[in-house]
Ligand binder design. Structure first.
Ligand code: SF4
Length: 434
């Protein structure tokens, strides 16, 4: 990564739509079923929340000049991400209104990436309905779809509590292609047990995840995300595991599955650019190399700014991390009163900046360059980037070198990165720099 590329980083916008058809058995996200009336009220509040970021020109005699100034200082936005929840439950006009408002309030670039999480089974009952809804989303500005596939095995989908089947995935994906969507991401969950009791073998579990990934590769999406199943407190799965009804796949087995899936994807024309994310290698010129990486998610890993709108959404703006309230009632009330619905604000200090840069940067396969990390230090100019970095982290250098000696970390003149085996103990390595 060059110095100029991170100086030119633009802001991303995340929009949280917390509504779902039903709660999945593994889900710990802020999401719940809601009536159409609640959804409509929420979207109105969301649009009001976006308006709170409007820069208003002074109504003076120099109004025109003030208006120009306001236009010029608008935040530049090059990615908008509708996540959830299930944003595909919204009407396309609602997405259109939100995009329209964002374009009024922010300086949205011409090549903006607009992603919509579109869960299979949430787009409609028949092909015509799905075709119409996806086409309308496209007209509203959506140019990237992210399908929450999770598995291509109906028994596992049932166990996960999903509302769709494997054939729904293929149907919705093909309809999206027919419409012309040429940037589609598919999410999959690895290490989902094949049986709810103790009788699945290690070979069954490996085969099951590999089969899922093979089936989604056949569709040739531009992007694939693979996350291992996590049992989070408060979920149905957590209670099932506690009650002996679900056998979690052991860590060592999960790591084997993960590496087998990474190998499969890398041998199938996908470049791994982050621990859990893979992009189809773009054809043609080098300048297109990063085409299919998620522009939005990359912002989380390179410390770019992002603004979160909606219930429980978080943001990172002007050196502050913040989180909106998680109470729907409170959210709507605050926005109605013209107040930002922010619950927590944390102002990053110098150490937060550099440690977060290393922590998130190490998630990327290219790792973190010294330049990117030390840009947050006030006295960064005393020495070259490498010596400034190791000067700052002199207390952990020996341990880092130990990780390097054991093949977990690569350290060179430009920066540091995890090796394949280092990914398995990434938390231990990242913790060194926090
Ligand atoms: S669709 Fe996604 S957000 Fe909704 S309940 Fe399932 S996992 Fe959670």
């Amino acid at each position: 990564m060059t110095e100029s590329s991170f100086q030119e980083r633009k802001t991303g916008i995340y929009i949280h739509i917390p509504f779902c058809v039903q709660k999945c058995n593994y889900c710990a996200f802020l999401s719940f079923p809601a009536s159409e009336e609640t959804r409509t009220k929420y979207i109105e509040s969301l649009i009001q929340e976006i308006s709170l970021y409007n820069i208003k020109p002074e109504k003076t005699e120099h109004y025109k000049a003030e208006k120009n100034k306001a236009e010029q200082i608008k935040t530049e936005v090059d990615s908008i991400y509708f996540g959830g929840g299930t944003p595909a439950l919204l009407e396309p006009e609602q997405i259109e209104k939100i995009v329209y408002k964002i374009k009024k309030v922010f300086a949205v670039t011409g090549d903006v990436e607009i992603t919509l999480e579109a869960n299979p089974g949430a787009l409609g009952g028949d092909e015509e309905e799905i075709f119409n809804k996806l086409s309308e989303f496209g007209k509203a500005g959506v140019n990237r779809l992210s399908f929450g596939v999770q598995s291509m095995n109906d028994d596992k989908l049932h166990l996960l509590g999903r509302v769709h089947s494997a054939s729904d995935v293929v149907r919705d994906f093909e309809i999206a292609r027919d419409i012309g969507f040429d940037n589609i991401s598919l999410d999959i969950i690895l290490s989902v047990p094949t049986e709810t009791r103790d009788n699945s073998t290690e070979a069954d579990n490996l085969k099951s995840s590999i089969d899922d990934v093979k089936k989604i590769i056949e569709l040739k999406p531009e992007h694939i995300s693979c996350y291992s199943l996590q049992l989070e407190e408060g979920t149905v799965f957590y209670d099932m595991a506690e009650g002996g009804l679900l056998k979690e796949i052991p860590d060592a087995e999960d790591r084997n599955i993960y590496h087998a899936v990474c190998d499969l994807l890398k041998n199938s024309d996908y470049e791994q650019y982050e621990i859990s994310n893979f992009a189809l290698k773009a054809d043609g010129e080098t300048e297109n190399k990063y085409n299919y990486r998620s522009r939005h998610n990359s912002k989380y890993w390179d410390m770019s700014e992002y603004i979160g709108f909606g219930l429980g959404a978080s943001g990172f703006l002007k050196g502050k991390r913040y989180r909106n309230t998680t109470s729907l009632e409170e959210y709507c009330r605050l926005v109605r009163e013209g107040k930002k619905p922010i619950e927590d604000v944390y102002i990053n200090n110098e150490h937060d900046f550099i440690s977060e840069a290393v922590f998130t940067g190490l998630r990327r396969i290219e790792g973190i360059s010294y330049r990117e990390a030390v840009r947050f230090l006030k006295n960064e100019n005393f020495g070259n980037d490498e010596s400034v970095f190791w000067g700052y982290y002199s207390n952990v250098r020996k341990e880092a070198e130990e990780f390097e000696k054991n093949g977990y970390l690569e350290i060179d003149r430009k920066g540091i990165r995890l090796t394949e085996t280092g990914i398995d103990i990434s938390n231990r390595i990242m913790a060194l720099f926090v």
